[in-house]
Write a protein that binds this ligand. Structure first.
Ligand code: KDG
Ligand code: MG
Length: 402
């Protein structure tokens, strides 16, 4: 089998997505996701100008060799743009292989290690009472695990909270908006939030929380310690992770489990975190981590150190990435949990897919390949619109991590 054609599709059914379609001489095609929130066109151009000409004529079954060609062969390694582009190619190749062999991708990654995948939803509200209502709603929908965020008294905006009445969507049209941040207000508020959630819903529900890279290690240690009575499933991205040894300080102060890695691109971003057992869950997901080929190696390495997976699954992961993550989750031994932030109806129509949610669990479906399609005619009706993630400033105006 040979790759005969490959092209990038950019569509915006509510938010931007960059999709790669690879076609073969046997009429089979594969899809990959190259969406990098707020930097979409950089990946599209990297693919179109620098990657796709090099893969025409290659055998799509040689996914390992093609991965090495694109990673080592570029000389310039790593980084979100490069790795999202490699991820798009790699996932499309696994899709082709599954279709050619008439089997779901999870069978190519080791087969089923479990029947269903524990999934967590986002629960948010402008204050604690509204957040409790959202938790009740998601319990009703069948979720057994929820991520809980709420507005912080005294701050006009914060991560994870919708501005209007709709669901939260981090990227916004136009230039980056500005959020406000106060670590003091946040640290005072979050333990009260979780006390109310446990008081209202009891012990059974799995509770998660995302600090979204905003604390120093010692502040994260304090928060983790104060959240211990509420038995969180995880505390996510407590501190920016460029300084991997910073997590040692968090570990010295709390037994609250730590998740990190949605912005990581290769094993080298997580190597020290994993081998020193500074974390409990690795959040890398196929699109931003160079595809299934690399992510499987990360998972196998993490398994040696009792670190489990928790693939990033926000709305900026297209249904192609969600499907790829679900096949991966199904196969790896050290699966932990899968994030599920539902796409809009428009997005689901552009990307018809086999995966399903039922009773708190997700299922990849048994269609050959990934089980996702791209309706190109419908996609063409939603042209790209520039959008950015917000930036964040402390109350005195200092720019800080969003
Ligand atoms: O593009 C940024 C989002 O994917 C991110 O803010 C979502 O932190 C996130 C999460 O845990 O889903
Ligand atoms: Mg996160």
């Amino acid at each position: 089998m040979k790759i005969t054609n490959a092209f990038v599709n950019i569509t915006s059914p509510g938010r931007n997505f960059v999709t790669l379609k690879i076609e073969t001489d046997e009429g089979i095609f594969g899809l990959g996701d190259g969406t990098l929130n707020g930097r979409e066109l950089a990946v599209a151009s990297y693919l179109t100008e620098h990657v796709l000409p090099c893969i025409i004529g290659r055998d799509p079954f040689q996914s390992e060799d093609i991965w090495q060609y694109l990673y080592r062969g570029a000389y310039w390694r790593r980084g979100p743009v490069t790795m999202a582009a490699i991820g798009a190619v790699d996932v499309a190749l696994w899709d082709i292989k599954g279709k050619a062999l008439n089997t779901p991708v999870y069978n190519l990654l080791g087969g089923k290690s479990r029947d269903g995948l524990l999934a967590y939803a986002h629960c948010t509200g402008k204050d604690i009472d509204h957040t409790l209502e959202d938790v009740a709603l998601h319990k009703e929908m069948g979720f057994k695990a929820v991520r809980v965020q709420s507005g912080i008294p005294g701050l006009s905006t914060t991560y994870g909270i919708a501005k209007g009445t709709g669901r939260y969507e981090p990227a916004e049209r136009g230039l980056p908006s500005e959020h406000q941040w106060s670590t003091e207000m946040y640290l005072r508020h979050v333990p009260q939030l979780f006390a109310r959630v446990r008081e209202t819903f009891g012990e059974e529900l799995h509770l998660l929380h995302d600090c979204h890279h905003r604390l120093t290690p010692i502040e994260a240690g304090r928060l983790g310690k104060e959240l211990e009575p509420f038995h969180l499933f995880w505390m996510e991205d407590p501190t920016p992770a460029e300084l991997q040894e910073g997590f040692k300080i968090i570990r010295q102060h709390t037994t609250t489990p730590i998740a990190v890695g949605e912005v990581f691109n290769t094993i080298w971003d997580a190597h020290d975190l994993i081998r020193n057992q500074f974390i409990d869950y690795i959040r890398m997901t196929p699109v931003h981590s160079g595809g299934l080929t690399h992510l499987k190696k990360v998972a196998d390495f993490a398994e040696l150190y009792h670190v489990r997976t928790g693939c990033h699954g926000a709305t900026d992961m297209s249904p192609v990435t969600i499907a790829a993550a679900l096949h991966f989750d199904t196969a790896v031994h050290n699966f932990g949990i899968q994030e599920l932030m539902p796409h809009t109806d428009e997005t689901n129509a552009v990307f018809p897919h086999q995966y399903r949610f039922k009773d708190g669990m997700m299922f990849p479906g048994d269609a050959p390949g990934l089980g996702v399609d791209l309706d190109e005619a419908l996609a063409a009706k939603y042209p790209y619109l520039r959008a950015y993630l917000p930036i964040n400033r402390k109350l005195d105006g200092t720019l800080t991590d969003w």
